[in-house]
Design a protein around this ligand. Structure first.
Ligand SMILES: *Cc1c(COP(=O)(O)O)cnc(C)c1O
Length: 419
């Protein structure tokens, strides 16, 4: 009786499902085909499920024991920092769990203002506006500031969120080859009759790990009367003498009008983004930037921990200098071993393999050795430029680096990359 009832329910669900399938049939077939195409191209993304906090060593579902993590954006190793966890708990105790509002209605706490001040101090800017993510900061940046009379001049390797932000804006678009200053100058000349011009660039480009030449970008901006915007997501906490980003590295404080950045990489890794820069620009974003006006405030726990994070970075440069030591150690050893490395100007080290299949086989073999790295190939990087991207962290110990380098060498020998 019980069984029959169960199968009765099952039958009912099936019928229901079939009805849905009739309505859904064509679209489902269409999606299945597209998904199969993605799989056939070897581009289907699977998620790795981590069952520990994010760190330099993690445990992953389905893998035995610990694996060493070389593919997180956890540059300063703060993702599981105990002082930040305590600060997050304290903020939650004192300011609650969520805001249930956008900033200008009833979603601003004293903590949000304090964090915006911390960010302005860190980048030596006049004012800051927080967003739920840097994707939103970039998405909501251009449309409120520029119209069809203006020009946005964008590096060809800029992050997807800058590209989307530019698409949402009516300004004329110009694109220059990655970090190519002659090509940027060509764009500036072509855009000379526009009302306002803005150059937009990533600080560090995520595939090659190269830094945008901000000194020369600022010179050209001055020559052709353009504004400058830089996205510090991969550069803040990493480049510059004490890790304060590209303005510090190239000594161009006061010449960059707008910085955007994330709290989801070096700065603790939780989530949240920001735009920081000239006072009037930030003021206008507070009036008109859609992801700020129409999306929820960052949660108090993250805001409180982020304030503590900037306090920590202000007290000592140890994490940043340890990161730089790790980058230098890894890079030097890998070159000595005979690998072909892109000039590493950040915490991203691209180990060039050129061949797409080789990059996937290499990453899979590394995983068997207990090392997580990611293989990238076309269309994520140019054709015949396949590579393994290694991301270093202040959390990596010398022992962990040695283990990764040894695995690279042994896999490199096995796959004929090293002779
Ligand atoms: C990661 C990244 C972003 C997105 O940051 P989120 O805060 O995760 O949305 C934006 N721009 C660049 C250059 C990035 O690397």
């Amino acid at each position: 009786m019980k069984k029959m009832k169960k199968s009765g329910v099952f039958y009912y669900l099936c019928v229901n499902n079939q009805i849905t399938n009739i309505m859904y049939k064509n679209f489902k077939a269409h999606l299945e085909k597209e998904l199969q195409d993605i799989k056939d191209a070897g581009l289907y993304k699977n998620e790795r499920v981590i069952v520990t906090p994010q760190s330099s060593d993690i445990e992953v579902e389905g893998a035995k024991g610990e694996v060493l993590n070389f593919c997180a954006n956890n540059y300063l190793g703060l993702a599981d920092n105990s002082r930040l966890i305590e600060a997050a708990k304290k903020a939650m105790d004192n300011r609650g769990y969520g805001m249930s509002s956008v900033r200008f209605i009833c979603g601003t706490q004293d903590l949000h203002k304090e964090l915006e001040k911390s960010i302005s101090d860190y980048f030596k800017t006049e004012d800051t506006i927080l967003y739920a993510a840097c994707f939103d900061a970039n998405g909501g940046l251009f449309e409120p500031l520029f119209t069809e009379e203006d020009a946005i001049i964008s590096d060809s390797l800029n992050h997807a969120s800058i590209i989307d932000g530019v698409r949402l804006c009516k300004a004329k678009r110009f694109r220059y080859k990655n970090a190519d200053m002659d090509d940027l100058e060509r764009c500036l000349q072509e855009a000379k009759d526009c009302r306002f011009r803005i150059i937009a660039t990533d600080g560090v480009f995520s595939m090659d790990g190269n830094v945008a030449p901000m000194d020369r970008i600022c010179e050209l901006a001055e020559k052709y009367d353009a504004l400058v915007m830089v996205d510090e997501s991969h550069s803040a906490g990493v480049v510059g003498k004490t890790g304060h980003g590209v303005a510090e590295q190239f000594d161009c404080y006061g010449k960059i009008d707008i910085f955007t950045g994330t709290l989801g990489k070096s700065f603790g890794g939780a989530m949240g983004g920001f735009t920081t820069g000239r006072k009037e620009i930030i003021d206008m974003l507070r009036q008109r930037s859609r992801p700020y006006l129409f999306s929820n405030s960052v949660a108090p726990s993250i805001v409180g921990a982020s304030i503590e994070m900037f306090r920590m970075l202000g007290e000592s440069d140890d994490l940043h200098s340890h990161l730089m030591e790790n980058v230098e150690y890894f890079r030097t050893r890998m070159i000595e071993a005979g690998f072909d490395i892109k000039p590493t100007q950040s915490a991203i080290c691209a180990v060039m393999l050129y061949d797409a299949k080789l990059s996937q086989d290499f990453a899979a073999e590394m995983q068997k050795e207990g090392i997580y790295v990611t293989g990238f190939y076309y269309p994520v990087v140019p054709k015949d430029q396949a590579r393994i991207r290694v991301q270093l962290s202040a959390a990596h110990t010398r022992e962990q680096l040695d283990k990764a380098i040894a695995a690279f060498i042994s896999v490199g020998m096995r796959l004929g990359v090293l002779k």
